[in-house]
Design a protein. Structure first.
Length: 454
């Protein structure tokens, strides 16, 4: 594909008109070698970073072709300055496609020595144009051509420049909120998702943002391939990672509203900093442009609904049909204030310890008069259910900070439950077997036994 690009560009070759810019042979430290091509000369004469970049992008073979080419070759110091500017330490960390576009922007599809250079625009193999000036020495996009220049090769000529040229399509990301992700190959899937959803301009133009940025491994673990997911779904997911203000780690609140409209919740505990209980913040305070990035180890997925809606959704798999049926009975037979479907659909927040179907069956088996949930007295059922509800949002990471010195936690019933964090049991009878199902108004933890109040 790159070879095809080169050939097409060669067909549209641009010619510089001749101008009286005197060439001094003694300005050059490198002796022209007609037997060496541009790549060989670059490798032999100290353009180490350029040679490395060409190798990474597989452009070596292309620029060893017949040409002719003019290459404006950045020094090693120029590449080091670019890496510092974009917040990277190793050229190998820059995405290959980004690096390729930058390199092709340094190549003109014709052989032009300094005495043939004139003011004006010239096309590059990257597709964008360079602006050439000869008023105060030769400058390319205001970047000076320095010694050695006019280094002639078998397939073209090399001119040295003291800065890396960056095309506008890529320069738009420099010193912006997207810079740390755009110029790091480990975040290529995040960038791909941003581009696919047409959020690039929105994020670049925002006055202040905080982005919680998942890397490629996080996308893989979530089973999300941006190329295979529709733009609407991707937009919902991506905007759930963004807060419309700059929030440094020292300012992280208990919760924050995302651009998605849903809240994300933070647990700042001794074991680490977490979002929605499961996602760890692995690096903080990467300031860029008008915003800040915090790196995270998982993709954040917006909640599908409140506690009731989520429980109903989970019951589709058959695991919580008994819990949903019990809640429905309170709505059908109880007073309005006993309707737990309504209560648990309200703003909350709530933490619900949700018994499995097997747990409810064990409850029925404990009383020979109970063959179904309908056999349990309504008042008893309501008391049991409210004993599983804590009127606060507490992810598993938060439990150590919300229980008292005796390991107790107050419930909506008014009685305490006792949580043993060493073995994740409640009242020494029920194990917490699943944690941190996030909802819009709380969190659900799964337990394998029904809790019975006194």
């Amino acid at each position: 594909m790159k070879t095809k690009t080169l050939l097409l560009a060669l067909m549209a070759m641009v010619t510089f008109t001749t101008m009286g810019c005197k060439k001094e042979d003694d300005n050059n430290d490198v002796t022209p070698n007609e037997k060496s091509n541009i790549i060989e000369l670059a490798q032999d004469n100290g353009f180490n970073s350029l040679a490395t970049a060409l190798t990474i992008t597989n452009l070596l073979d292309d620029l060893q072709g017949d040409g002719p080419f003019t290459v404006f070759a950045p020094t090693d110091e120029a590449f080091a300055a670019l890496l510092a500017e974009i917040g990277q330490t190793d050229i190998n960390d820059v995405p290959v496609d980004v690096l390729e576009q930058i390199l092709l922007y340094h190549v003109v599809p014709s052989s032009v020595i300094s005495t043939q250079i004139t003011d004006g625009k010239v096309a590059t193999l990257q597709g964008e144009e360079l602006m050439v000036s000869t008023m105060n020495g030769i400058k390319i996009n205001d970047v000076s051509v320095v010694m050695p220049y006019d280094v002639e090769a078998s397939n073209g000529v090399i001119h040295t420049i003291d800065q890396v040229l960056v095309p506008s399509s890529i320069a738009q990301f420099v010193n912006t909120i997207l810079e740390p992700a755009y110029f790091n190959k480990n975040f290529s899937k995040l960038v791909s998702a941003v581009v696919k959803t047409n959020l690039t301009s929105t994020l670049l133009e925002a006055e202040s943002l905080t982005i919680f940025a998942p890397d490629n491994n996080a996308f893989d673990a979530a089973g999300i391939n941006p190329d295979a997911v529709d733009a609407q779904t991707l937009t919902s997911v991506l905007t759930y990672h963004v807060i419309a203000t700059k929030v440094l780690s020292s300012e992280i609140p208990a919760e924050a509203v995302t651009v998605n409209g849903n809240k994300i919740n933070f647990s700042i505990v001794s074991s680490g900093n977490y979002i929605n209980g499961n996602t760890e913040i692995t690096a903080i305070d990467i300031e860029a442009g008008t915003g800040v990035l915090h790196l995270i180890d998982k993709v954040l997925l917006p909640p599908n609904g409140n506690i009731v809606e989520t429980a109903v959704g989970l019951s589709v798999d058959g695991e919580f049909t008994s819990l949903v049926a019990a809640l429905q009975r309170t709505a059908n037979e109880g007073r309005p204030d006993q309707n737990l479907l309504t209560v648990l659909s309200a703003d909350g927040p709530y933490t619900v310890f949700a018994p499995t179907n097997a747990a409810f069956q064990a409850l029925l088996d404990s009383n020979e008069q109970w063959n179904s949930l309908n056999d349990i007295p309504l008042e008893t059922l309501i008391a049991v259910l409210t004993y599983h509800v804590v009127p606060a949002r507490a992810y598993d990471k938060d439990l150590s900070s919300v229980i008292d010195e005796n390991g107790q936690l107050p419930t909506a019933l008014g009685q305490n439950i006792t949580i043993d964090l060493n073995n994740l049991t409640i009242n020494q009878t029920s194990e917490i077997v699943g944690v941190n199902t996030n909802t819009t108004n709380g969190v659900i933890h799964v337990i394998n036994g029904v809790l019975l109040p006194n």
